[in-house]
Ligand binder design. Structure first.
Ligand SMILES: O=P(O)(O)OC[C@H]1O[C@@H](O)[C@H](O)[C@@H](O)[C@@H]1O
Length: 328
């Protein structure tokens, strides 16, 4: 019996659908395609997603606008990004775990910047949902010998990517299989939205405390400031970490926009290097900073201490609202 709405039931698979017509439609559209290095999801109303197994990196999200149904790419990936697994992808949605930025926790000191989740090959686990409401897949990352050499904790990471008509959700599940040890970690979705950086603003940050990582001294970088702007722009080099944020934001520019909702991701990073810092990034295309804003929900101020046997889930839900339509 199908008692739940399909989107609320992640175990509702194509094989269990009782609608033989939608089954036929989905078979002909091939909603989930997997290859040795990539997973592609296709929604019948035109949206699509591509996920590299390397880093579980979402490298494309195309979705129609509710205004005019025109399907457009919603994410920015630098034309100089390496997509061959040789380094983390410059763009899309890299997964940051278990450390944000240069590692600071004593148990993270051997980790690279932003941790290791974005630079190892994940495995495709299953298709968790495949119906008219959405298409969803699950990927897994468990410790391999290289990870064990730099991070001593047992863990399992599960990543669920769900595509709906105007919406993309990413859920990171961190499981602690140990019976004795705690896992200290930070996590963040490093989402690069394709948007004109001269015009885009991020709303719902006024009144929040934040640190400004562009400041020139350590003392200034760690000073807690208060955001006074109701619309935060990135016309200048911006690298701000907001804490205890409302977990509901708008990223808007003339004619288009997105709404972002998160769970268990109390902090928000807004980053755009502009030419000042962007020209020093080797895999950033020339002028690439004009074409995106990173709005990155995470838990990065302080650490989550995941107790033995427990699971933590962090989620971001991104919805295209188009121009002229704003959530309240
Ligand atoms: O070059 P990376 O490691 O992908 O990091 C890019 C940026 O990522 C942001 O999340 C950080 O706040 C910035 O400080 C950093 O420069």
């Amino acid at each position: 019996m199908m008692s739940k709405h399909p989107l609320s039931n992640p175990n509702h698979c194509q094989s269990s659908t009782n609608n033989r017509f939608s089954h036929l439609i989905f078979l002909s559209n091939m909603p989930v395609q997997t290859s040795s290095d990539k997973i592609s999801l296709q929604h019948p109303k035109g949206a699509s997603v591509e996920i590299l197994l390397y880093g579980a990196s979402v490298v494309s999200w195309k979705a129609p606008s509710p205004n005019d149904s025109a399907v457009a790419e919603r994410l920015f990936v630098s034309s100089k990004a390496s997509l061959d697994g040789s380094k983390p992808v410059r763009g899309g949605i890299p997964v940051v775990f278990p450390a944000f930025g240069p590692p600071t926790h004593p148990e993270h000191l051997q980790l690279p910047q932003h941790g290791f989740a974005r630079s190892y090959v994940w495995t495709y686990d299953s298709t968790v949902m495949d119906n008219e409401a959405g298409v969803s897949v699950r990927l897994l990352l468990e410790p391999n010998d290289e990870i064990k050499a730099i991070f001593k904790k047992a863990f399992q990471l599960t990543y669920v990517v769900t595509l709906a008509e105007h919406q993309l959700s990413t859920d990171l599940h961190v499981t602690n299989p140990s019976t004795t040890e705690v896992i200290p970690f930070q996590a963040l979705f490093h989402t690069y939205y394709r948007a004109p950086s001269a015009d885009v603003v991020v709303k719902s940050l006024a009144g929040l405390k934040y640190i400004d990582k562009t400041a020139s001294t350590d003392a200034e970088r760690s000073t807690l400031r208060t955001e006074t702007r109701s619309e935060v722009d990135v016309k200048q080099y911006t690298d701000s970490v907001y804490e205890d944020a409302p977990q509901s934001y708008e990223v808007i520019w003339p004619g288009d926009g997105l709404h972002i909702k998160t769970k268990n991701l109390k902090d928000l990073v807004v980053w755009n290097p502009q030419a000042e810092a962007g020209s020093k990034i080797g895999d950033m295309e020339d002028g690439g900073w004009n074409n995106y804003v990173c709005v990155e929900p995470g838990h990065v101020r302080g650490f989550i201490e995941l107790q033995p046997g427990k699971r933590w889930i962090g989620q971001q839900v991104m919805t295209v609202v188009g121009g002229g339509k704003r959530s309240s």
